[in-house]
Design a binder for this molecule. Structure first.
Ligand SMILES: *[C@@H]1O[C@H](CO)[C@@H](O)[C@H](O)[C@H]1NC(C)=O
Ligand SMILES: *[C@@H]1O[C@H](CO)[C@@H](O)[C@H](O)[C@H]1NC(C)=O
Ligand SMILES: *[C@@H]1O[C@H](CO)[C@@H](O)[C@H](O)[C@H]1NC(C)=O
Length: 453
């Protein structure tokens, strides 16, 4: 993944197409090792030996309806190779192309030497509120669909699965019209639920995952706001059936940071004594272009907190992560042209940003240091609309690339989005933002240039 689209390679750089990547860049339109956009939304992860399998919703039809549960394979969590589809539609069943299959999660059942997939199974209008199960003898299957039903006769919508160290596993799900959240034990085969071990009444949670750390269970989930992001929360308990703590924010309380990084939890993968937060940034009008937002989830403070990282890497053997540092350039220090103006707010770095970009306005940031290779550059911007904006970015007067700028939740609320640029070696690069477009771009606070590409 993280490969430049072929078109951009042709027009803006002489990069080697689809070379192996080494860093995780949240929010980029990730590509697989064949150069296709990764279609694995609502992720589930499974580690088998030293190989990771990523299951998810293939939304390449930009529809909520079922196309496939994809299966990708990687040994480094960065370069992913698509395998055969793990689950495909079956006509005249609850997994036909007119139904919904979401949030696939796979676990290995030692008793039967079998892989078991659980997913949210629903009708096109989300009225059935069921779980579905499918099984296979290999990680990517293809899986054989068993059935869909309401666990213990109650509604189940967003769900996750937690497998405890002793192999007893649990369905985590939003029930009772998304009002109550339930944790229900699976049978020894992982084919059915047996007993409800805990109900959190009235918590309105979605998108759940559990990480166990030092004998404490940490439940991570979002609230319900449709496809729009809301701040993810965590809860803790010493027993799944015990009393869970009150909710807390998974990312720092900062109204200037878009919805705690503007994504919804999908899966939380343990990494050493920490974890990796794996979320979706849903793009509702073009669902297949929804982005993957993965960040380190650190327990350094004793509780799980998302670590903001534009560019970062994992050392799987050591169980550690490294957040890249870059060089920051303020947009207000650039040269404005056309209608571009200075916008002031304490939310902006240096107290200022450049507004009215696009539609005749642009800004050129000069004397940017480059290393002569492809480099990640993060644009820190605010977009107070309720829909995506986008902006052109060009280097040294070259061809422009278009970067999507999701709505951030307010005109003074910042988000960063990545773009890979090829800068010349030395501190002589000019980066122009917002030129040659008829639509307004987001207000640009600053850019951070990373040495990694
Ligand atoms: C695993 O641990 C849970 C929680 O203590 C317990 O309820 C369950 O019976 C255990 N399962 C096995 C297979 O020992
Ligand atoms: C799950 O178990 C319940 C209770 O025994 C049973 O009524 C239901 O049919 C089972 N569902 C499946 C899918 O096996
Ligand atoms: C950029 O945004 C404008 C206005 O919303 C839209 O018309 C255009 O299609 C977008 N371009 C891209 C490449 O997303």
């Amino acid at each position: 993944m993280f490969h430049l689209p072929a078109l951009i390679c042709l027009f803006s750089c002489a990069c080697a197409a689809f070379a192996a990547e080494s860093v995780i860049v949240p929010g980029y339109l990730w590509k697989d090792t064949s150069g296709n956009v990764i279609q694995a939304h609502g992720a589930g992860m499974l580690k088998v030996g030293s190989t990771y399998y990523w299951y998810g919703e293939d939304k390449s039809l930009d529809s909520t309806l079922f196309k496939a549960v994809s299966c990708y394979e990687s040994t480094d969590l960065v370069n992913w190779a698509r395998q055969n589809d793990a689950l495909s539609p079956v006509a005249n069943t609850m997994i036909s192309t007119s139904n919904v299959v979401e949030r696939p999660k796979v676990l290995y059942n030692k008793l039967n030497s079998e892989y078991v997939m659980w997913f949210h199974s629903d009708t096109g209008n989300y009225g059935a509120a069921m779980v579905g199960v499918a099984t296979a003898k290999t990680p990517c299957g293809p899986y054989t669909y068993k059935t869909s039903w309401q666990p213990l006769g109650a509604e189940s919508r967003d769900e996750g699965i937690f497998q405890d160290a002793n192999q007893t596993s649990y369905l985590l799900y939003a029930s009772d019209n998304n009002q109550n959240f339930k944790i229900t034990r699976l049978d020894a085969n992982y084919y059915n639920v047996t007993t409800n071990v805990q109900t959190l009444d009235g918590v309105t949670l979605e998108a759940p995952g559990i990480v166990k750390r030092n004998s404490v269970y940490w439940l991570i989930a979002s609230h319900t706001s449709g496809w729009a992001a809301n701040p993810n929360k965590y809860f803790s308990s010493t027993y799944l059936s015990g009393t869970w703590s009150a909710q807390n924010d998974l990312a720092p309380e900062n109204t200037n940071t878009a919805c705690r990084y503007f994504s919804q939890n999908a899966y939380d993968l343990p990494l050493g004594t920490n974890a990796i937060y794996m979320g979706d940034r849903w793009r509702v009008d073009v669902l297949g272009s929804s982005q993957y937002i993965w960040y380190p989830l650190s327990w350094a403070s004793g509780v799980p907190q998302i670590v903001h990282a534009d560019v970062w890497s994992v050392d799987l053997a050591a169980g550690t992560y490294t957040v890249a540092t870059g060089t920051s350039y303020e947009a207000e220090s650039g040269t404005r042209s056309g209608s571009a103006t200075i916008a002031s707010s304490s939310a902006f770095s240096g107290g200022e940003a450049v507004g009215y970009l696009g539609n005749g306005g642009s800004v050129t940031i000069k004397n940017v240091a480059g290393n002569g290779a492809g480099q990640w550059v993060s644009l820190y911007y605010a977009n107070g609309d309720s829909t995506f904006r986008n902006t052109t970015v060009s280097v040294n007067g070259g061809a422009a690339v278009v970067v999507q700028q999701p709505n951030t939740g307010g005109g003074n609320v910042l988000l960063s989005v990545p773009v890979k640029l090829t800068l010349v070696n030395g501190a002589t690069n000019s980066i122009t933002v917002g030129a040659g477009q008829t639509n307004y771009a987001g207000d640009l606070d600053r850019i951070i240039v990373y040495t990694q590409g």
